[in-house]
Design a protein around this ligand. Structure first.
Ligand code: ZN
Length: 260
């Protein structure tokens, strides 16, 4: 594999294990969700997020995704409940998407691929640092939200409008006063399982909270996401699309539902 991982044939998901062996581990993400096999677990609690818009700091194009970064130096923007045993701090959110509207999500639901998938990454401050949390099976909690094509989502436009400032790889710009809970669907029902980051090093440290109800965005909004470049300003332009990892083996893991 080339030195840097990516999503192309020479450095894509099939090659990641060459530099990151855990990518072939027993708890990898994403996975296919087969709803007929998923049991309701009545012990699963509702989850809640209390985010401080003042903790939102910057937006960044790293050539692989677009990421919004939050101040996580103290308990400002927190996720609680659901399958979690304590509060988790919001660190960043980012998305995965396809080259067209008919695919792009990482998890699939009964064979359905959504246009994109939003990941809100939180870490457990009982482990003191984000780096330590990455080494723990319950160190990280990711809320995953599917994006489905339909009505435009006004709140998502606040984020999309900022993309013009980070068109190319390596660009970073201030992005402030944004509360990502404005993107949450009305229904809080979720599936949960233990898995990994879907990008190298693919650490197996994630409690996944995947929301059943997708968020609806317009086809024009998806097109705006695809207007980013994975290339730097001084390089020939390469569109940033297809930054999703395909489903990985479930290997006996159990997915649970918060709802009947
Ligand atoms: Zn992700």
């Amino acid at each position: 594999m080339a030195k840097e991982w990516g999503y192309a044939s020479h450095n894509g998901p099939d090659h990641w294990h060459e530099l990151y062996p855990i990518a072939k581990g027993d708890n990898q993400s994403p996975i296919e969700l087969h709803t007929k096999d998923i049991r309701h677990d009545p012990s699963l609690l509702p989850w809640s997020a209390s985010y401080d818009p003042g903790s939102c700091k910057t937006i960044l194009n790293n050539g692989k995704t677009c990421r919004v970064v939050f101040d996580d130096t103290y308990d400002r923007s927190m996720l609680r409940g659901g399958p979690l045993t304590g509060p988790y701090r919001l660190r960043q959110f980012h998305l995965h998407w396809g080259a067209s509207d008919d695919h792009g999500s990482e998890h699939t639901v009964d064979g359905v691929k959504y246009a994109a998938e939003l990941h809100l990454v939180h870490w457990n401050p009982k482990y003191n640092t984000y780096g330590e949390a990455l080494k723990q099976p319950d160190g990280i909690a990711v809320v995953g939200i599917f994006l489905k094509i339909g009505r435009e989502k006004g709140e998502f436009q606040l984020f999309l409008d900022a993309l013009d400032k980070v068109k190319t790889k390596g660009k970073e710009a201030p992005f402030t006063k944004f509360d990502p809970s404005c993107l949450f669907p009305a229904c809080r029902d979720y599936w949960t399982y233990h898995g990994s980051f879907t990008t190298p090093p693919c650490e197996e440290c994630i409690v996944w909270i995947l929301l059943k109800e997708p968020m609806t965005v317009s086809s024009d909004q998806m097109a705006k996401l695809r207007s980013l470049f994975s290339s730097a300003e001084n390089e020939p332009p390469v569109p940033l699309v297809g930054n999703w990892r395909p489903p990985q083996p479930i290997k006996g893991r159990v997915v649970k539902a918060s709802f009947k």
